[in-house]
Design a protein around this ligand. Sequence first.
Ligand code: H79
Length: 470
Amino acid sequence: MKRILNPILMSSLLVLLGAVSLPSRAAQTGPPRATDTDATKERRLQWFREAKFGLFIHWGLYAVPAGEWKGNLVPGIGEWIMNRFQIPVREYEKLAAQFNPVKFDADAWVKVAKDAGMRYIVITSKHHDGFAMFHSKVSKYNVVDATPFKRDIIKELAAACARQGMRLGFYYSQAQDWHDPNGAGNTWDFGPDEKKDYDKYLREKAEPQVREILTNYGPVCLVWFDTPRMMTPERSQRFVDIVRAIQPDCLIDGRLGLTGKEGDYRSTSDNIIPDQAADEAWETPATINHTWGYKKDDHDWKRPGEIIFKLVDIVSKGGNYLLNVGPMADGVIPARSVEILGEVGKWLKANSEAVYGTGRTPFGEEVGGYLADVKDRNGQRVWGFRSDWRCTAKPGKLYFTVFTWPRSGFDLPRFKNKVKPAYLLIDPEKRPIPMTTGADGIITLQTTRPERTPMANVIIVEIEGDRVER
Ligand code: H79
């Protein structure tokens, strides 16, 4: 708690005192700012740390084959179909002529995110296949110039987000581009990456396109780079400079460069939630089924309860959850994913206080620990995962989200602060939950599982003092 709040408080204080120069208009055209201190970074991150939950949208030409090419179903993730079947550029690019998502309704998409309780959207402006979902002057291989649809998807989504007060960020595949002869990844048409003029691709396509998405679509909350193949420090710095020069408040994810530290926050591996809490800002990108881009045969959806658990688990560990949907080629987000997100949103709406703007758990033992005397077949320690409850916190307030209701009352973890009456978050009357203190000093909240709100219930424990003393 202390460590997570202090930088934020510090940065606003410093800003108030004028100790940190805020990015100015002049900085937008000048050379890279030398003043990118931890405090400026923390100030940029403030909305992100509060937001917790975002909608990832993977949409592109791969929605047309929807995971099937010439009668073969692609194993694995749908947006990789071109790579997996080594489809030549001349064949794959014909998909553009079939991309006509007449049912696309940007406002409806933003509403899906809103109803799910999501606070930001990140959409693929260009994935590894090289196709731009915006009107690019750099390459004709884009949704306006190459499809019968001719509408700028990104422009419409940006307008809908502005109307509905939703932050918008762009995924941009900076390294892999299977359409460009010098982009990384397409070895079947263009040979090995080492023999390519990679900097020509960066200078003539990726960098100018990143400038376009930061210039033409209003405020961009973050750029989500991915798979940093061959992204030397010097190359990733060029992208940092572009972002900082055009939109100084825009965040950069953790997959721009090879170290993972070139951006503003840490990105975990796809679908990986860390075992333990961390103070640095971080985000888990995750799928709602298995694929990112739409695949007609992927029906293995995560249940709303699983998603709520993952969300609270992530938030209690100090992270953000960027959960993906893969819209179909007609412009519709698969109905099942919308339903699932709606269920999550219902829970989140009722329990929002335990999620948005909270800090990580002041405890930690609730997430589990290495099992004593147990080794796996490789001699490695084994993590014993616990999922009974998770804790988030605000100054003077602890939120215990209980997933497995204990039969004989809920035992609070040990801490020194005096405890004020506890109550259920969903109880408008805040009726105190009876408490007993055992001979061992453990406080037990004597409550049975509440009938209302399915899946998980939040107990609020107010304490004396802003933060937990153990
Ligand atoms: O955009 C989503 C993925 O397309 C992207 N990251 C998320 C957010 C991503 N790029 N690379 N990877 C994920 C790792 C991909 C690994 C695999 Fe494959 C792709 C496994 C199966 C298909 C490449 C081709 C490795 C084996 C076959």
